[in-house]
Design a protein around this ligand. Structure first.
Ligand code: ADP
Ligand code: GLC
Length: 468
């Protein structure tokens, strides 16, 4: 069986968040299970992609309304990724430094999807399954099933994975002419709330829909940023499959990005060396418990509450707090301003830094995840893999992966996104940390938890097989 994943992100070539990690690792594990898995993504103008060697395997053109854009498909020659990657090179729309947040994202995402399908039309060996990720590729299930031009692809089953239903890729009917000719009686398939909604369309037209954790699947029936009704209507074809992590890249024994490698035997000294590095870099006292946050500074992650949580915690508790993230500019500046008030116990790195994130997993004492919405969350799984205790709000994938110490578990959980709840969890963290024997025993225990893709990749294969 051959599966083609279509995605905007794929680690290490392009990563903004967890989508990149998932598409950069699941294909490896599927390939290990004898499912030939390939990824097609845009050719971005970034250093990692520009340095690759490739072979051009296709050149063609795509129409977006009245405009025609030439594109080519490059096959990546490196064998380092563990699966085959193809890149859509399109100069005007896709060859840009960033993945998202351009004014013409609608045109860019559509251009990518049309290029992929034009290429598939002309390829001799077609995939057995097309697996789409998020709204950026959510129109593919509609295009292959409804558009006359793509009729020869109609029997290829499509799977759509929803990584985050908050983002839906809506656009107005002014752009309807971007979609190649189809039977207008079926225009309702594109519609949600009087506009074209790429995610809703994908949910309606894909053969199967998956979400990235079972609990998130349940939550979407009641809370899906306006798509609840649709998701409960389509429930029969939806399934929640928990994400896994790439245990080769995320391995404290071999991780080249951390300061000191360690395993279960030397976890105390190994983590201490990483913590010392962090404390030196960010001016902290190494003897105090270090609480960290890593992530996009957006509302869904509860980032808007961080400044007040930090103030509350640092006024009342003897702890250190470190924030790594970027996103909402108001949150970014509030986090920066706070540095002045709590020198020596609070610090932040506003920006994206993969290496620093690894050192934080390897050296901090607690990881804060006060998320409002968390479809899966990979940070808590990386934390467990490195022996870092997660403090999470019990929702979505966090609920599926973190058990509270009060329930014989290994993390700290709270139910609400409020300053008081998070403060109380930090306070529980301090008490936990003071009981060093128990704390260290728990750290060792969590190293044994297996969140590799093995189990979930097998579930995807079962799902693919059910479609053939
Ligand atoms: P999401 O995809 O919603 O952002 P996930 O928990 O699934 O959340 O994945 C986030 C991924 O992005 C993790 O690999 C995390 O370490 C990484 N990450 C997020 N923000 C940063 C940052 N500022 N610097 C480095 N890595 C980051
Ligand atoms: C999304 C979600 C996150 C999930 C990731 C990978 O970005 O917000 O919770 O872990 O996708 O599936």
């Amino acid at each position: 069986m051959k599966v083609l994943h279509t995605s905007l992100e794929c680690y290490p070539l392009a990563k903004v968040g967890g989508l990149g990690d998932v598409v950069g690792s699941l294909p490896k594990y599927l390939t290990d299970l004898d499912c030939i898995t390939e990824v097609v993504m845009p050719f971005f103008d970034n250093e990692k992609i520009n340095h690759l060697s490739f072979e051009e395997v296709y050149s063609g053109a795509l129409d977006l309304g009245k405009n025609t854009f030439d594109f080519s498909i490059k096959k990546v020659l490196s064998k380092d990724f563990g699966f085959q990657i193809y890149l859509v090179h399109q100069k005007e729309l896709l060859y840009r430094p960033n993945v998202y947040s351009y004014e013409d994202d609608t045109e860019r995402f559509l251009g990518f999807q049309l290029a992929v399908l034009n290429w598939l039309l002309d390829t001799e060996i077609k995939p057995d399954i097309i697996h789409c990720h998020d709204h950026h590729t959510g129109l593919i299930p509609f295009l292959v099933s409804q558009v006359n031009k793509y009729n020869s692809l109609i029997d290829i089953p499509t799977v759509l994975t929803i990584h985050n239903a908050q983002y839906q890729g809506q656009f107005s009917y002014d752009k309807l002419d971007y979609i190649p000719q189809f039977d207008l009686h079926n225009i309702g398939l594109l519609d949600w709330d009087h506009c074209i909604n790429s995610l809703a369309t994908g949910i309606k037209c894909a053969w199967k829909v998956t979400t990235v954790s079972p609990t998130y699947m349940d939550e979407l029936q009641h809370q899906a940023n306006g798509l609840e009704g649709l998701l409960s209507h389509e429930k029969a074809k939806c399934v929640g499959i928990l994400n896994g992590i790439d245990q080769d890249i995320w391995d404290p024994k071999t991780d080249p990005m951390i300061v000191h490698n360690y395993g279960a035997k030397n976890i105390i000294s190994g983590r201490k060396a990483n913590k010392e590095w962090l404390c030196k870099e960010f001016n902290f006292d190494v003897d105090k418990p270090l609480f960290a946050f890593i992530g996009r500074l957006v509302y869904e992650k509860g980032a808007d509450l961080l400044p007040d949580i930090i103030s509350e915690a640092l006024e009342r508790l003897d702890v250190n707090i470190l924030i790594l993230g970027s996103g909402d500019s108001t949150v970014e500046s509030r986090l920066e301003e706070l540095k002045e008030y709590f020198p020596g116990s609070y610090n932040t790195y506003i920006g994206y830094d993969e290496k620093l994130s690894h050192i934080i997993y390897a050296g901090a004492d607690f990881l804060l995840m006060p998320s409002r919405v968390e479809p899966c969350g990979l940070n808590q799984m990386y934390a467990l893999r490195y022996g870092l205790i997660p403090i999470v709000r019990s929702i979505g994938g966090l609920k599926d992966t973190v058990i509270d110490i009060g329930d014989n578990g290994f993390g700290i959980c709270h139910n609400h996104v409020s300053i008081q709840d998070v403060y109380y969890s930090i306070k529980r963290g301090v008490e936990f940390y003071e009981d060093q024997k128990y704390y260290r025993k728990t750290q060792k225990e969590i190293l044994k938890i297996d969140h590799s893709w093995n189990n979930s990749a097998a579930q995807y294969i079962e799902l693919y097989k059910s479609l053939k």
